[in-house]
Design a protein around this ligand. Sequence first.
Ligand code: K7E
Ligand code: CUA
Ligand code: CA
Length: 638
Amino acid sequence: MDSKNKELADESTSARRGFLSKSAALGVAGVAAGLTACKDDAGAAKGAAAGAAKAAGGHEVAPGQLDEYYAFISSGHSGEMRALGLPSGRTLKRIPVFNIDCMVGWGVTNESKAIMGTKADGSLKYTTGDTHHVHGSYKDGTYDGRWLFVNDKIHSRLARVRMDTMECDKIVELPNVMGFHGMFPDKCDPVDSKINYTTRVFCGGEFHIPLPNDGRDLEDPSKWGALFSCVNAETMELMWQVRVDGNMDLVATSYDGKLAASNQYNTENAADLSGMMSSERDACVFFNVERIEKLVKDGKFTTIAGSKVPVVDGRAAANGDPKTAITCYVPVGKNPHGVNASPDGKYFVCSGKLSPTATVIDLALVAKWFAGEVKTPRDTVVAEPEIGLGPLHTAFDGKGNAYTSLFLDSQCVKWNVDAAIAQFKGDKNAKVILEKLDVHYQPGHNYSSMGETKQADGKYLNSGNKFSKDRFLPIGPLHPETEQLIDISGANMKLIADHTAYSEPHDGIIVRRDVVKTRQIYNMDDFPNAVKPETAGIERKGNKVHVRLMSVAPAYSMPVIKVKKGDEVTITLTNHDKVEDLAHGCALPTYNINFIVNPQETKSVTFKADHAGAFWLYCTHFCHALHLEMRSRFLVEA
Ligand code: K7E
Ligand code: CUA
Ligand code: CA
């Protein structure tokens, strides 16, 4: 940094302090009051905890008090992930993943583009996304607070979000997969039970395609196929893929790490609607993870075209002997949607969609089938109760009850798993259906508090409804979705709140707040390109100009930045403010640049200075009473 810049930085710091102390003394500045309040957040959180407990029973969380749970949800074709507080339903954050977000600059900065993936010319490879399923990483059967994973159905990508910063840090594209829909992390290693945490993420491919999809077999869909993929959770690289018969939809994993499964609505391998509905039963396909990895290790795999990922054959024809099979196709109700693991680790429940049933599959029996001790895959089914019309997804309360969304009935049905098993065995007095509650309207996923962990606590159930119709003030043709919160702690389900959601959340998880440990301020040294006083300033190499900028409220380190028309300009901005919540923006008119930097964070952008003139580089994020004055002149000489 040249001495002038340093002077400016020092000056702006002291100017800010001077301003703040003065305004605080006068008692006029909301900024100053806010900053002071931030410092005592430990005490504030304690008070809020007591308050939240008091508010139990209702969904209202009084001002200044904190929610008991986070909900992390998908957003469908808006391409992001969202964080809400429950029970209030307050939106806490939109986490851009596959979409472009000009508030934070996701898809604008060099760093986010590198995560999203670029073409040779540096532009984004994709600008659209379709997120359906969010799941957290596990340890010992419950969330470890490390990562969230989310799928992109359109471009078959898996993304990872760090839970400490709630930002996406990696995205991988699955080769030879189209319509990557269901996804679930594993909870344990299949062989080494000491590895009792997530190391793999399983991904189901929904649409069958020519393999490879290079123009061959266009007229013969019977030759097309779908792949089940495994991604290394740490490196986010592909480990292996399995070719299956039919398609895949949702994915579930067992607590012992040995099994993963996907429901299949197109066992017919059909290419049109009537064909996909032609069989009376479809399937839930189970994967024997240990055997798959043994095949891969022994080199018994192929690869597809340019991909190096090992592909093993999981089709029924290649898996006739259960003792060596890597897949087991369990017949379930027609065109199922959804497969969910019960928190006691014993069962997977697969809903019928076109059959009014849910199929309960006993995982111990699946393991026995793989050992050659069970006659047919269908013998692993221990219950198949009739529960209502259009059953899709099932959540659990940890007390033996299941809650299935009924799309056609617009209801949530509560049923008892043990009673369903007793009924299946012939007990005519078994009371399977406990209650049906109307939801508004046409529910897709539902999900319960901690319900996909061993710590399912049976407090809340969220019903994500696809149609809201008359539920909210009209806003034109496109209605919001309804998210409805149901209290499931008592004998009866109680609908306690509606809130809107912008289209279109599918699945989510409800996580106890103590699981989530966030960082409020970055470490400057986490960013190798951080701009420090000694490196700040402008550097030219031929027509490449690097502007190394620092921000300290309410100024950037350079009041004037001069470049020449035609230069390739990189602006790297490090926010030197250390105060929690003190982010700055960086917008450059005409040049389509807009991003923010959080405290101690560094981001960069690169662009061609192809318009001569004066452009005000200004702060977009309200940071200070002199926020509007926080701007520098970016001068492009003709
Ligand atoms: Cu049912 Cu994509 Cu999980 Cu939508 S999926 S609801
Ligand atoms: Cu810096 Cu607004
Ligand atoms: Ca079917």
